[in-house]
Ligand binder design. Structure first.
Ligand code: NAP
Ligand code: GCO
Length: 264
């Protein structure tokens, strides 16, 4: 019997006060996991705790910046003492900065790389030893369409997400024989605060040109929702995926399968 249940498992989802992280954490909870999450400040953690409670989920929240190795090591110790050894790590926390490359500061490029790539490295490095000790572990890195495709104005983000795809494969290579499965989820264009600027209507009340572009380029003919990622997250967090490793599962409504269609 294929087991999609997560009863008795502890799942840590980074940056999960809202958005995709919140939706994936809620899905893992529905499959039986105990939910732990972190976010960048206490206000966001408190908001997340209240929203999880409203959803009937007793979550454990921690303030931690994923780019701060000392803080991550401290958080790992606290979680182990408070809740237990983390079985499932979802590296979800991330930011994006949009600017033409020649106008993008090196500082902004470095900041995106730090949060979107160095952060998952620091988190995995800090949590893998206890997974080895426990005899199993699941790591799910939240990649992107831009792990495969470039787009103007997001040089730092695409570089980070491309690197995150390869970090995923490297963790698979180094720890597969320790019963650790490290896979990625590559969401397509999802309606969250991160993409809100791309969906704002024009002053005339018309759809944002990028909104129209994405709907036309996606075979599903719609933006994804955070809930579209629930099933893929449960699959990659569960024993049902124990022989899946180093794989990036694109949840994109079919976008990567096509060059797009002529606008009608
Ligand atoms: P979001 O709405 O911006 O949420 C990201 C979360 O991560 C926020 O809670 C954010 O806190 C937190 N965060 C940022 N920097 C952090 C840090 N240094 N340490 C800890 N937490 C931090 O983004 P989203 O749309 O839900 O996306 C979540 C993940 O999916 C990201 O990795 C994103 O790149 C990826 N993704 C998104 C899409 C999409 O279309 N939305 C598609 C593909 C991949 P703050 O509020 O303080 O920033
Ligand atoms: C952008 C978007 C994308 C999405 C996502 C697509 O500006 O192109 O923000 O980067 O967030 O990563 O998979």
């Amino acid at each position: 019997m294929t087991n999609f249940r997560l009863d008795g498992k502890i799942a840590l989802v980074t940056g999960a006060s809202y958005g995709i992280g919140f939706a994936m954490a809620s899905a893992l909870a529905s499959a039986g996991a105990t939910i732990v999450f972190n976010d960048i400040n206490q206000e966001l953690v408190d908001k997340g705790l209240a929203d999880y409670k409203a959803a009937g989920i007793t979550a454990h929240g921690y303030v931690c910046n994923v780019t701060d190795e000392a803080a991550v090591i401290e958080m790992e110790k606290k979680i182990k003492a408070d809740v237990g050894i983390v079985d499932i790590l979802v590296n979800n926390a991330g930011i994006i900065k949009r600017a033409p490359m020649l106008e993008m500061s090196v500082e902004d490029f470095r900041t995106v790389i730090d949060i979107d790539l160095n952060g998952p490295f620091i988190m995995a490095k800090s949590f893998i030893p206890s997974m080895i000790e426990k005899g199993h572990g699941k790591i799910i890195n939240i990649c992107s369409m831009t792990s495969e495709l470039g787009r103007e104005t997001i040089a730092g983000y695409a570089s980070a997400k491309g690197g995150l795809k390869m970090l995923t494969k490297n963790i698979c290579a180094e720890f597969g024989d320790r019963n650790i499965q490290c896979n990625g989820i590559g969401p397509g264009y999802i309606a969250t605060p991160q993409t809100a600027p791309l969906r704002e209507k024009t002053p005339e009340g018309n759809p944002h040109p990028f909104d129209t572009f994405i709907v036309n380029k996606t075979p599903a003919a719609r933006w994804g929702t955070p809930e579209d990622l629930a099933g893929p997250a449960i699959f990659l967090a569960s024993d049902a995926s124990n022989f899946v490793n180093g794989h990036i599962l694109y949840v994109d409504g079919g976008m990567l399968a096509t060059i797009g269609k002529v606008p009608s």
